[in-house]
Write a protein that binds this ligand. Sequence first.
Ligand code: SD4
Length: 320
Amino acid sequence: MTWGTIATWRMAHDGVRKASDLLAQAGRAGDAVEALINVVEAYPYYKSVGYGGLPNEEGVVEMDAAFMDGDTLAQGAVGGIRNVMHAVSVARALSAQHYNSFRVGEGATKFAALNGFEMTNMLTDRAKAQWQHRLAELAAADLDPYDGHDTVGAITLDRQGSMAAATSTSGLFMKKAGRVGDSPLSGSGFYVDSERGGATATGLGEDIMKGCLAYEIVRRMGDGETPQAACDHAVYPFIETLKRRYGKAGEFSLIAMNPRGDWGVATNVEFTFSVATSAAAPQLLMATPGPAQTTVIAPVTQAWLEAYEQRLKAPIDLSR
Ligand code: SD4
């Protein structure tokens, strides 16, 4: 049987390799999607997910995450959780509960601590220094505080035909305390149904929520659209609608996969993603908005990869 996985951003590539090893050996979709996201959460240089994630305005790392089982439609989610290494694993544990499956703030953190999840200070020296620099910059000029935001979102399809989806993020850099984005919100940041397919989102949560785009893409796949058509048809007209009616639209990037392992992407920015299926080894690709509400997809160049590595690990003055 076909298997496959797709995930957002360059940072997910190692996780995609790990998930594809599991799926190739008949691992289950839920285990593979959790393992994929755990890899990203633990890597300290990724400044928008898990350990090393950039903090909120008050210097505290607050994370959002979700997990969904495409067979049962069970979901678990956390919003504004603190001091937990693997927020997605907490979300997955919550998905086993019929009640109390979406927890926020202190309640979410308490659940993780009481249930044996790895607890640690998620604010690295590097992230703290970036926060301090940004505070100083903001004091000096009228800058937009929000950047450094990339959610890892992933969809998996296993050999048995089961699908799963999950997200994990530290949200927008410099967000207000208690701000929750789209990533833990069903239908906005993620949705998966093993009979129709799955989708996840990254970008400006406040705007992604306005369109419930993850669900809209799944709905379209259920009506017979290919994942690429479903992404194009759900995302680009909605961005136009938002510009017309709300006056502006933030960044949107969505990925999708159907139960056959076909996949699609739509984005209004330069967007890297990683994909692997039983038919194709893990590859890192770049999507950009194309003409007439289409998406252009091309391999990531070596020059881009090198520049990315340099940016990721650029020295930061930790003394300030
Ligand atoms: C949020 N959607 O919290 C997340 C952030 C993100 O690319 O994905 N940015 O709004």
